[in-house]
Design a protein around this ligand. Structure first.
Ligand code: SIN
Ligand code: MN
Length: 207
């Protein structure tokens, strides 16, 4: 299924397509207002790994599926841990997905990660989805993040780049299963979030 042609990126890093500053400040603020609605319906929670170790980000989701992690492991679930359905993915987020990817298919999940203080995310692959031919699109809002992209295998050389508020990054095609993570967030680099911190959205097709 195809829609309009995908947007041309500003840079390609290891096959990952970077759209620098794609969202201007008013667009970032509008998205933030939408996300406040998502968080009101499905509050941020603190996930733990299957070994019971707390993750440093807080998260929630919108869409048919949300990503959760607890003692039962990592998976997509139809409900928030409180038992309520996830709220719908905001139209503005869906529009961005269609505009950037050119795909007619909608994403099933918009994962919302919130980084405060020393929160980070270790190198991992996004591989809980059924079909890796669909891309993963990520949107950065708030403070700058040092993002690391590696390889299909866990080891080997990596490259780092700063993701800034309004940047969009797409992991698709040969880059879809590259290891990636966030080493740190630089406090005070954005005024978008009143109390600082960073929000990252990742849009995924799940099934
Ligand atoms: C993720 O891989 O789920 C998050 C990436 C990011 O925060 O930029
Ligand atoms: Mn990821």
């Amino acid at each position: 299924m195809t829609g309009p042609a995908p947007l041309a990126p500003d840079a390609v890093i290891r096959g990952a397509a970077l759209y620098s500053g794609l969202l201007d400040r008013p667009a970032q603020e509008a998205l933030l207002a939408d996300l406040r609605g998502v968080v009101a319906a499905a509050p941020l929670f603190s996930p733990v790994t299957r070994w019971g170790k707390p993750m440093s980000v807080r998260m929630t989701s919108a869409g048919r599926y949300g990503w959760v992690s607890d003692r039962r492991g990592y998976r997509y679930d139809r409900q928030h841990p409180s038992g309520v359905d996830w709220p719908p993915i905001p139209d503005r987020v869906l529009d961005l997905w269609h505009r950037v990817t050119g795909l007619a298919r909608e994403p099933d999940c918009c994962l919302v990660n919130f980084y405060e203080g020393t929160a980070r995310m270790g190198l991992h692959q996004d591989r809980d989805e059924a079909d890796f031919s669909w891309p993963v699109l990520s949107v950065s809002l708030g403070d700058d993040a040092l993002f690391r992209i590696g390889n299909l295998d866990r080891g080997g050389p990596t490259e780092s780049l700063w993701l800034r508020s309004g940047d969009v990054l797409v992991l698709g095609g040969a880059a879809r299963l590259l290891h990636h993570g966030v080493d740190r967030v630089a406090a005070g680099t954005s005024t978008l979030l009143p109390k600082g911190g960073r929000i990252n959205l990742t849009l995924r097709v799940v099934d």
